[in-house]
Design a protein around this ligand. Structure first.
Ligand code: PGA
Length: 248
């Protein structure tokens, strides 16, 4: 039985004051969480997470990482810097980075490798656009995005990452994939992992993301190959995030 992971993706939201209220709200209710819980926050707030979440069961992480180790890369954040703040996770290849920052699947794969080498668990995001889904290309699009990563990591490292299936048309739109639609894609992704490492395919957590909310989480999380959620909007309200965690 795979343990579930509920990870918040705060995106570019938050403030010191608002984060303190949100994290206190989550912490105060979470002593008995039966799943893994994490928040991926804007880099300036990693120190705050470290100070407020150390010693709790909640882990934290970044939303992107540089492929470079250090040097003249203005604006980028190195894996070693995420290590400095005791991050457990880092999101790579979120569709907002792929589309607004032109990140290719090869770059995303290199970022995943960098994260794994640094002891961070990359949450590798894949997902198709509405146009691609309507053209029947969902499996080939997400398959290629995942293959880019699988082709550059060692088989033994497959179990050191998390995959998030996030249909682009469902992110922040209020439209969710039906549990069966999501399950079908998750099964395809798990089969791809199996072709590289059968044992990793058994244990790897494959999250669903895209308008997961308290009222649809239970059904999605009940599907066989859905091992958790990457939560955007609903991770910004303690009550909603906690309700999703309770469904897991
Ligand atoms: P959403 O975002 O839950 O607001 O749709 C999910 C994500 O982009 O990770």
């Amino acid at each position: 039985m795979r343990r579930k992971l509920i990870a918040g993706n705060w995106k570019m939201n938050g403030s010191l004051a608002a984060n303190a209220v949100l994290l206190d709200g989550i912490k105060s209710e979470l002593s008995q969480a039966s799943c893994d819980v994490a928040v991926c926050v804007p880099s300036p707030y990693l120190a705050q997470c470290k100070s407020l979440l150390s010693g709790t069961s909640i882990k934290w992480g970044g939303q992107d990482v540089s492929v470079h180790e250090s040097g003249a890369y203005t604006g980028e954040v190195a894996a070693a810097m995420l290590n400095d703040f005791d991050c457990a996770y880092v999101i790579v290849g979120h569709s907002e980075r792929r589309s607004y920052h032109g990140e290719s699947s090869e770059l995303v794969a290199a970022k995943a490798v960098r994260a794994i080498k640094s002891g961070l668990i990359p949450i590798v995001c894949v997902g198709e656009s509405l146009e691609e889904r309507e053209a029947g290309k969902t499996e080939s699009v997400v398959g290629m995005q995942l293959d880019a990563v699988l082709s550059v990591i060692d088989a033994g490292d497959c179990s050191k990452m998390v995959i998030a299936y996030e249909p682009v048309w469902a992110i922040g739109t209020g439209k969710t994939a039906t549990p069966q639609m999501a399950q079908d894609v998750h099964a395809v992704l798990r089969a791809r992992v199996a072709s590289k490492s059968a044992s990793a395919a058994e244990t790897i957590q494959i999250l669903y993301g895209g308008s997961m909310k308290p009222d649809n989480a239970k059904e999605l999380l009940a599907m066989q190959d859905i091992d958790g959620g990457l939560i955007g909007g609903a991770a910004l309200k303690a009550a909603d995030f906690l309700a999703i965690i309770r469904s897991a």
